[in-house]
Design a protein around this ligand. Structure first.
Ligand code: 3PG
Length: 208
């Protein structure tokens, strides 16, 4: 199955404390979301990925913010099932391809999309989505590049997720609004479950 079709929303998580990883993942599953991206922006990220991969098999866990080629293999070794990068340099693409895992490389221009397409890649992240023109940008891209699909992230929330999901070239959207740091900090797992359900309900109005 394509990475873009697992869930209409991918929670993008910056987790400081690996001990929160498993209850956070379980709270998302309770809300109906079965995918989570742990960004490699904190020292606890790789351990968090490992814990979730071992203890919460119901969720597909991946590594985000892969910015150095070496991180691709490190995340794969910890049990990541997919990789996400905010950009798409050749060494990064080579390293992510080398893992054999599905990945989403970041694009923000048509030329970057075409560069991926020339490698045979048809699915990508669009980052930073809002700052790059938002849903109107993605809509405009669909006509000249109709055979690529995207996961926009960056600046998306419950108020505008549906605008993106309504587009034919958007498979899913990602973002941190489903797992706010302040809510994770106080371990309010009920609120995470509620936010996950709410995000799916928003998506459901479009993908019914
Ligand atoms: C990402 O890495 O995809 C973004 O940091 C998520 O952006 P957001 O925090 O604005 O949702």
């Amino acid at each position: 199955m394509s990475l873009l079709d697992i869930s209409p929303v991918i929670p993008v998580v910056i987790l400081e404390d690996a001990s929160r990883a498993v209850p956070l993942a379980r709270a998302l599953v309770a809300g109906g979301i079965d995918i989570i991206e742990l960004t490699l922006r904190t020292s606890s990220a790789l351990e968090s990925i490992e814990r979730i991969a071992e203890e919460v098999p119901e969720i597909t866990v991946g590594a985000g913010t892969v910015v150095d080629p070496a991180q691709a293999g490190q995340a794969a070794a910890k049990g990541a099932s997919f990789l996400v990068s905010p950009g798409a340099t050749d060494p990064l693409l080579d390293a992510m391809t080398e893992t054999g895992l599905p990945f989403l490389a970041g694009t923000a221009t048509v030329s970057e999309m075409l560069a991926l397409r020339e490698r045979g890649i048809r699915e990508a992240k669009v980052f930073p989505a809002r700052a790059s023109g938002g849903a109107p940008f993605l809509q405009a891209v669909h006509s000249p590049v109709p055979d690529m699909r995207f996961c926009p992230t960056g600046g998306i929330g419950s108020a505008d997720a549906a605008d993106y999901l309504a587009l034919p070239n958007v498979g899913c959207v990602g973002g941190s609004w489903i797992t706010p740091a302040a809510v994770v900090e106080v371990a309010d797992w009920g609120e995470i479950t509620r936010l996950a359900s709410e995000a799916l309900a928003v998506a459901g109005t479009i993908r019914a």
